[in-house]
Design a protein around this ligand. Structure first.
Ligand code: BGP
Length: 458
């Protein structure tokens, strides 16, 4: 029997823009996603967007009962900045009432809310001024964070500042997947720096408002594995580690921007604009915990045609197709549970054994209806196997002394996804879009209940 530590958090994660719905109702203003999809519906699965999610805005009370039903004791979601402060300054009373009731009901049901402040959903009014490219965004975010702590600090004692900050940086400024969809490495680094400072000013606001809980950040730590021991491949791995792992983990936990990162951006003429006093703030406000989202590893090799200065990350490292890989046949993405053991040891050995938890792990499946049995239940044995394999490795890491306090899956109820709409499903509950967002339990939900009740599995 594999047993997890006492009080282990069992739950799921989601985000406001992917679940709430009511995207332009009840006082909420546009986010970049609302606006981008409205302007380019053809790019987005018939215009499907944050308005077409699982309608949590109306259904949260029943959803909380469903969380209890499958043995969850915690749940992570986010607050929508554009809902709470539609113009960045004025408090939307309806949003306060909604979130207060939502979080209060979770607490009453024994579901610990872990509340994140930013999940890729930049308010449009701020994006029009340049979004994270501007220093103004840092102060605007700090004000939003402080407002959230003051309005909900009595109901929430686990906070996160950002979910996967690397994603809005890379996808918006290097890969063309998120708005503004440009390729500009220098801007990407500046956006990254402002995001980092926004995180720090939010942590500072948390300490200054004398909150009694904990604050952290959720990072997509994608462990890297080099193709070979050769110097070129090892150098590529080092570049990938610095940009993907250390860029946020080092300052947030250790209080310093890694010297290798400073050297790399200087060498490639990407040095961002900073302000006096930033360094001191970075030193002074470490996080209390880290959330790690893990889906797949990154296999790296030397960049094929490196340029100096680098124009994008592929000048610094390239992806390598590992021949022995096990794949998720229903979505793509490599399945490599062993990485969770490696991450556990990294957190223990390189990051002061700081408390951390798996804040997202899960298996997306396209056309999941094909696994529905005659009673209408999706028999997702592949998902159960995926999670058990990952939990086994995580357990090994905990046994080795890593300070992991929970395991959250992506996700609880199938939800809308940024680039794929509703194609890839991840939930313990299926959502029926043709039938008023009706939820139905999948087999994995029953398994999760047993897992959390036993605090482990055979
Ligand atoms: C993570 C994000 C989530 C979610 C998930 C699944 O990176 O934090 O918001 O979308 O990935 O990815 P996808 O929806 O692209 O399958």
């Amino acid at each position: 029997m594999i047993k997890f530590p006492d009080n282990f958090l069992w739950g799921s994660a989601a985000s406001a823009p992917q679940t709430e719905g009511h995207a332009l109702l009840n006082g909420k203003s546009h986010t970049t996603w609302d606006k981008w999809i409205e302007l380019n519906p053809e790019k987005f699965n018939a215009g499907q967007g944050p308005k077409d999610t699982s309608n949590v805005y109306e259904l949260y009370e029943d959803d909380i009962k469903r969380m209890v039903e499958i043995g969850m004791n915690s749940y992570r979601t986010s607050i929508s900045w554009a809902r709470l402060l539609p113009d960045g300054k004025t408090l939307n009373k309806e949003a306060v009432a909604f979130y207060r009731d939502y979080f209060e009901k979770m607490n009453q049901a024994g579901i610990k809310p872990i509340i994140n402040l930013f999940h890729f959903d930049m308010p449009w009014w701020l994006m029009e001024k340049g979004g994270w490219e501007t220093r103004e965004s840092v102060d605007a975010f700090a004000f939003y964070a402080k407002t959230a702590f003051e309005e909900f600090g009595d109901l929430v004692d686990e906070w996160a500042t950002f979910n996967e900050p690397l994603v809005h940086i890379e996808c918006g400024y290097l890969y063309g997947f998120h708005y503004p969809a440009i390729v500009d490495f220098k801007k990407a680094i500046q956006v990254g720096y402002h995001t980092l400072m926004a995180h720090f000013l939010a942590v500072k606001a948390y300490r200054e408002t004398k909150q009694t809980g904990r604050i952290g950040i959720i990072l997509n730590v994608t462990p890297t594995y080099a193709r070979s021991e050769e110097t070129m491949d090892q150098k590529a791995k080092q570049n990938a580690d610095v940009l993907i792992i250390k860029s946020f983990l080092d300052p947030c936990v250790l209080g310093t921007i890694p010297a290798e990162l400073v050297d790399l951006v200087n060498e490639h003429e990407l040095t961002p604009v900073t302000e006096a006093g930033d360094k001191e703030i970075i030193k002074e406000y470490p996080v209390d915990f880290i959330g790690i989202n893990y889906y797949q590893p990154m296999r790296v090799q030397a960049a094929e045609n490196p340029r100096t200065p680098a124009v994008t990350t592929s000048d610094l490292f390239a992806h390598y197709d590992w021949p022995e890989k096990r794949m998720n046949p229903y979505r793509g993405w490599e399945i490599y549970p062993e990485a969770l053991y490696d991450v556990s040891l990294m957190m223990k050995n390189d990051y002061n054994n700081i408390p951390w938890y798996v804040s997202e792990n899960g298996m997306g499946v396209a056309e999941e209806e094909r696994f529905m049995n005659d009673n209408g239940m999706i028999e997702d044995d592949y998902r159960i196997e995926f999670m058990e394999d990952h939990l086994e490795q995580l357990h090994k890491g905990i046994e080795a002394g890593s300070n992991c306090f929970g395991y959250h899956t992506w996700t609880f109820v199938d939800c809308w996804s940024w680039l794929n709409g509703y194609r890839n499903r991840y939930g313990f509950y299926r959502v029926d879009l043709d039938n008023n967002f009706e939820r139905s339990l999948k087999k994995s939900g029953l398994w999760y209940k047993e897992l959390s009740q036993n605090n482990g599995f055979e």
